[in-house]
Design a protein around this ligand. Structure first.
Ligand code: PLP
Ligand code: COI
Length: 336
C-alpha cells in the first residue's frame, strides 16, 4: 500500500489478504476461520438470496500517531447486529464472537490500515446471511457470519466539504413499522432508485421524511441527520431510522462540548431555523450540508458553503478520539 495516494481514495471495495468466517449449523456457532477467497459457495435456495435474510454492519479502525490501531465502539455494532437479527429472525452472533472476528480481521490485514493523518481508515464490514435452503418464506436454520475489511476514504467524495441534499416525497426508504431500524439489505435495495436519481441531479443523498405523514425528517440516505441552533444539537426521533452509533457518540460529544441535546421529531419547516445541519455515520463521519432542496415545493434551505463552527468542533473531537489523539474518556476505542 506504500504507493497509495490516500487523498484520492474513495469509498469502494478493494481486496485485502483475509476475511474471517464463522458458520452456525446444527444449533451452534463453529470456530472462526480465515479465508483468502472473496467468494462464497452458497446454496441456491439460501434464504439470504430469496427472502432477504441478511444484515450487515459498518465500523472503522484507525491508525494512531503512536502506531497503534484502534477500533471504534465495536460492542455497539455487535448489539445492533443482534437487534437486526431479532428483527428478521436470524441467529444472533454473540458479542464476544463478533468482537473476536473483527479483531482477527483487522490484525490479519494490518498493513491495509491507512497511515495516521491520511484522512483514510480501515472500513470493517461484518455480514450475516441465512445460508440454509428453504423455499417457503421462513427463517433458515444455517447462517454464515463474515467479516471483511478494506481501506476507504470519505463516503461522500466532498469529504468534510458541505454537500447538498434533496427531499423527494414520492420515495420511501422504510415503512413506519417496518425494518428501517435494522441494518438489513432490503432497506438499501429500497433506497437505490431514489439515491440514483438524487446523485444524477447533483445531490449527495436523499433526505427522507417519515413515510406515514411526510411531515418529519427521518434520515439522509446512509446517515442520520442533525441540526444545530441556539447551542442545541437536535436529531430526529423516528421508528424507521437506523440508530446511528456515530450519532449516539456525537450526542455525548455535544454534551461534553457544552451543547444542549434534543432528540425529538423534527418537522420539515424547522429546516429554516437551523444554523448548521449535517449527516453523520461511520462511512460519512460528519458531512456538513450547505443546501437542502425540497423538490416538491421548490423550496431551498441554505446553510453556508463552509462547515459551521459546531460541526467542525464535533468532527475534530470525534476524529481525535478515534485516532487516539485525545483521551478516550467514554471507553469507546479498543487497540487491536
Ligand atoms: N443510517 C443508515 C441508513 C445507515 O446505513 C448508517 C450507516 O451505518 C447510518 C445511519 C449511520 O450509522 P452509524 O453511525 O452506526 O454508522
Ligand atoms: C456505514 O456508514 O457504515 C454504512 O454502512 C453506510 C453505507 C455504506 C451503507
Amino acid at each position: 500500500m506504500e504507493n497509495q495516494d490516500w487523498k484520492k481514495i474513495g469509498f469502494g471495495y478493494s481486496k485485502t489478504n483475509y476475511n474471517v468466517r464463522c458458520t452456525f449449523k446444527d444449533g451452534k456457532w463453529g470456530e472462526l476461520e480465515l479465508s483468502d477467497s472473496e467468494y462464497l459457495n452458497l446454496h441456491m435456495a439460501a434464504t439470504s438470496l430469496h427472502y432477504g435474510q441478511e444484515a450487515f454492519e459498518g465500523l472503522k479502525a484507525f491508525m494512531g500517531k503512536d502506531g497503534k490501531v484502534r477500533v471504534f465502539r465495536m460492542d455497539e455494532n455487535a448489539k445492533r447486529m443482534q437487534s437486526s437479527s431479532d428483527g428478521i429472525l436470524m441467529e444472533r452472533v454473540p458479542t464476544e464472537l463478533f468482537q473476536e472476528a473483527v479483531k482477527l480481521a483487522v490484525q490479519k490485514n494490518i498493513e491495509f490500515v491507512p497511515p495516521y493523518g491520511s484522512g483514510a481508515s480501515l472500513y470493517i464490514r461484518p455480514l450475516l446471511i441465512g445460508t440454509g435452503a428453504e423455499i417457503g418464506v421462513k427463517p433458515a436454520d444455517e447462517y454464515l457470519f463474515i467479516v471483511f475489511v478494506m481501506p476507504v476514504g470519505p463516503y461522500f467524495p466532498e469529504g468534510f466539504k458541505p454537500t447538498d441534499l434533496v427531499i423527494m416525497r414520492h420515495f420511501d426508504r422504510a415503512a413506519p413499522q417496518g425494518t428501517g431500524k435494522y441494518k438489513v439489505g432490503g432497506n438499501y435495495a429500497a433506497s437505490l432508485t431514489a439515491g440514483k436519481k438524487a446523485k444524477a441531479e447533483g445531490y449527495s443523498a436523499v433526505l427522507y421524511l417519515d413515510a406515514r405523514e411526510k411531515k418529519y425528517i427521518d434520515e439522509c440516505g446512509p446517515a442520520n441527520f442533525f441540526g444545530i441552533k441556539d447551542d442545541t444539537y437536535i436529531t430526529p426521533e423516528s421508528e424507521s431510522i437506523l440508530p446511528s452509533i456515530t450519532n449516539m457518540s456525537l450526542i455525548q460529544i455535544a454534551q461534553d462540548l457544552g451543547l444542549k441535546v434534543e432528540r425529538r421529531k423534527v418537522a420539515v419547516e424547522e429546516l429554516a431555523t437551523f444554523e448548521e445541519v449535517g449527516a453523520c455515520g461511520t462511512a460519512a463521519v460528519i458531512s456538513p450540508i450547505k443546501r437542502i432542496y425540497d423538490a416538491d415545493n421548490e423550496k431551498e434551505y441554505l446553510y453556508g458553503t463552509e462547515p459551521g463552527k459546531w460541526s467542525v468542533k464535533l468532527y475534530d473531537k470525534l476524529r481525535a478520539i478515534q485516532n487516539g489523539d485525545e483521551p478516550d474518556q467514554h471507553g469507546w476505542v479498543e487497540v487491536v
